[in-house]
Design a protein around this ligand. Sequence first.
Ligand code: UDP
Length: 334
Amino acid sequence: DKPPVLVTGGAGYIGSHAVLALKDAGWSVSVIDNLSNGSRDVVPEGVAFYEGDIADRALVRRIFQEQGIKAIMHFAGSIVVPESVEKPLEYYRNNTVATHALISEAVENGLEHILFSSTAATYGAPERVPIEEDDPQLPINPYGQSKLMTEHMLRDASAALPFNYGALRYFNVAGADPEGRSGQIGKGSTHLIKVAVEAAVGKRPHVSVFGTDYPTPDGTCIRDYVHVSDLADAHVVALEYLIANPETNLTANCGYGQGLSVLQVLDAVDKVNGTPLKRDMGPRRAGDPPLLVSSNRRLVETVNWTPRFADIETIVTHALAWERKLQTRNRPFE
Ligand code: UDP
């Protein structure tokens, strides 16, 4: 059974890959996106597109009624950690308050399942890796806190109301659709792999390395990079699980359980690109935990997630192919 799904933020980076994964698997998909950080151009044909805000309850009601929506994949939100420190109220509004409005309207219109984009940032600076789902959640920035509040809201609301929920806690998402249908359009992206492939195509003079004195083998931060299309597949199997188990919720990490340092990532970019990037060794960036690596055992065991691209060179190859494609476009993404 594949009920119609509403993808919030479906014109954005991760959301658009989830739309592709759903479409490829034969689901009927609608998208709501306010285009604050996405582009209609990455939403495929055959998807009903609604431009607007998830906090617009009249619009959400109309979509549920027009499309017969029963399930939501909820990606819409603000995602830049340093920006969340500068503009905390914006983050609580976009990530927490807007989600409250979305859920409130959705439950009145027959919501049965919701899958929420959560984040490893809810763990803060963990004491041990690999991180397991029941480890302490002590966010160190408003971004992580705004996502954690939403997890709690979903937990409490799902206990009282007739829907179940999933929360996938993403580690470092990177790469692009292997068929080149979507990727990171990067309105001022700050993420390492995006920045590095921008440098590889000449859009930036160098890559800054933020901190070389961390307590890690090469002194740079370690992260668990996951291919966006594997993450999108995880959403499809997680939604199938929520549908098959309506009395159960699912909270799970989504990463490969493999840590790579900033320098190891840049080595992979150099190898794929064939020429070395200029590296600018700089000071630490505020708020970066030294080490974030997932345990993905729960996701693998519960929904049988089988990643297809769990390899940094594959991730970089797809990210670079997309970046080259962006370069040859005759108009910018809007
Ligand atoms: N990083 C870096 N240079 C950059 C961007 C990021 O050295 O231009 C580092 C950053 O300090 C962190 C890691 O790369 O240690 C991953 O950062 P990113 O912003 O990609 O993701 P985050 O882990 O902050 O969500």
